[in-house]
Design a protein around this ligand. Structure first.
Ligand code: HEC
Length: 133
């Protein structure tokens, strides 16, 4: 009897695992070589010590998850910060190619989702309803 319960649990688990893998479409979120190189620069220069992605990281600079698509910001805006730094952000003397790659990385991160929760989506219990596509 116990053996049958275990077997049916195993079948359910395997079937569900297969289903999850088949349903998962990661073709749009796959990073290209520029974004991967940019991620390496992001790690080498430790950008995350001051910036957050999805709220995780240092808090000296702003969250950069969606900086690529924020109105008024974008590739040129990011380039000026990354290339020259600011009063509070250091200049890392990155080459033009490295800057372009870091931007490709941030654009890729941006496509992965939204980091800011719309206040109207927060329920009074503190839960958040995921917007349906
Ligand atoms: C020592 C902390 C520090 C590090 C390390 C750092 N930054 Fe920053 N960064 C900041 C601060 C602070 C700001 C806000 C600057 C200001 O308003 O003067 C900023 C601003 C930015 C902005 C503009 C964001 C916006 O929404 O206005 C971008 C893009 C950016 N940083 C990218 C990077 C990248 C890429 C790296 C790594 C190569 C990096 N930063 C490393 C502190 C840092």
């Amino acid at each position: 009897m116990i053996r049958w319960i275990w077997l049916s649990l195993f079948v359910c688990f395997s079937g569900y695992t297969l289903l999850v893998y088949r349903e998962c479409d990661n073709t749009q979120t796959r990073a290209d070589s520029a974004a991967l190189a940019g991620m390496q620069t992001w790690q080498d220069k430790n950008c995350q010590s001051c910036h957050q992605l999805y709220g995780l990281g240092g808090y000296m600079g702003p969250d950069l998850t969606n900086v690529a698509s924020e109105t008024g910001k974008g590739a040129e805006y990011m380039t000026s910060f990354i290339k020259h730094g600011s009063g509070r952000m250091p200049n890392f003397n990155l080459s033009n190619a490295e800057v372009a790659n870091v931007i490709a990385f941030l654009q890729w991160v941006d496509k992965s989702g939204q980091s800011k929760v719309n206040p109207s989506a927060v329920h009074w219990t503190g839960t958040y309803s995921i917007p349906q596509k």
